[in-house]
Design a protein around this ligand. Structure first.
Ligand SMILES: Cc1cc2nc3c(=O)[nH]c(=O)nc-3n(C[C@H](O)[C@H](O)[C@H](O)COP(=O)(O)OP(=O)(O)OC[C@H]3O[C@@H](n4cnc5c(N)ncnc54)[C@H](O)[C@@H]3O)c2cc1C
Length: 251
């Protein structure tokens, strides 16, 4: 491939190249494998988007922070009952986790992408260098690339209002590092329980249920959930597995 690669030194330069149809390059774990001929790339590595910031009411993760760096951050183990590192450890191999970034995982979305579901579960907000702010429910209601057009994600803000709730994350896959057949995240919040799924469709799915009549709520989720074809398992198998995982976690 012969396309140009530019490494902007600051946000102003990055904005200029985005207008010229340069494509953002983060960890490169998808983009460099599928690069089309003469595609012009904008390497984000010098934009200082690699950080974890603690604010009074939120944690803000820079878009270029890698999964490996998040896993080194011990403070993340003390919120949401350790939900965040537990979910992150289900992503690929240790080697992949050193390259995959927050921004790349949420914008280049796949059915197996963990961070979109995690950020949806935690009611996060996605911010861009163009100063736009998208609630996760809006950002992941459609393929993020079609929403963003030429925008660049700068950070994800996770509110801490529910930080004392104990979350759960379960993955079912053929091997430990394989893509999930299904993953489920659960976070009890006040009178309700938030549930997200990974591996059932391109976009993560969020369900908010009451804490009573759990059996009935699980049956309802089984009926409502959208499941795409997957050569590894039938739709009905995945539906039953989802209900079994939820029953195990919630009862
Ligand atoms: C073997 C393997 C196994 C994997 N397993 C899993 C798994 O189980 N679970 C999981 O969640 N992921 C998994 N991944 C990672 C996932 O498939 C993607 O490769 C990864 O999320 C892409 O992130 P990246 O930082 O490498 O992005 P890149 O490949 O650099 O970019 C991906 C896309 O996002 C865009 N982009 C990147 N950053 C920004 C930004 N800041 N603003 C706007 N657009 C941006 C790019 O233009 C591109 O379109 C796996 C990857 C591999 C190679």
């Amino acid at each position: 491939m012969t396309g140009e690669i530019i490494i902007p030194e600051n946000i102003a330069q990055a904005k200029k190249y985005l207008k010229q149809k340069f494509v953002p390059l983060a960890g490169g774990t998808t983009l460099l494998l599928n690069r089309s001929a003469n595609q012009k790339l904008l390497d984000l590595s010098k934009l200082k988007l690699n950080y974890i910031k603690y604010q009074k009411k939120s944690i803000n993760l820079g878009a270029m922070t890698t999964i490996g760096e998040l896993l080194e951050e011990k403070k993340l183990e003390n919120i949401f009952g350790g939900l965040i590192p537990k979910a992150l450890l289900t992503i690929g191999s240790n080697l992949n986790r050193q390259m995959i970034t927050v921004g790349g995982n949420i914008v280049g979305i796949h059915p197996w992408s963990v961070l979109p579901a995690l950020f949806l579960l935690l009611n996060s907000r996605i911010k861009t260098i163009q100063k736009k702010i998208y609630p996760a429910e809006k950002f992941f209601a459609t393929a993020p690339k079609s929403l963003l057009k030429n925008e660049l994600v700068s950070e994800v803000e996770i509110p801490l209002a529910w930080a004392k709730s104990i979350g759960r994350w379960e993955k079912l896959s053929l091997t430990a590092t394989d893509y999930p057949l299904i993953s489920v995240g659960v976070l009890p919040v006040e009178e309700s329980i938030r549930i997200v799924t990974v591996g059932l469709s391109l976009l993560p799915q969020l369900f908010i249920i009451a804490r009573k009549n759990i059996d009935k709520e699980i049956e309802n989720i089984g009926e409502k959930v959208k499941i795409s074809q997957d050569i590894r398992a039938s739709i009905e198998y995945k539906r039953e597995i989802l209900k079994n995982i939820l029953t195990d976690i919630l009862q």
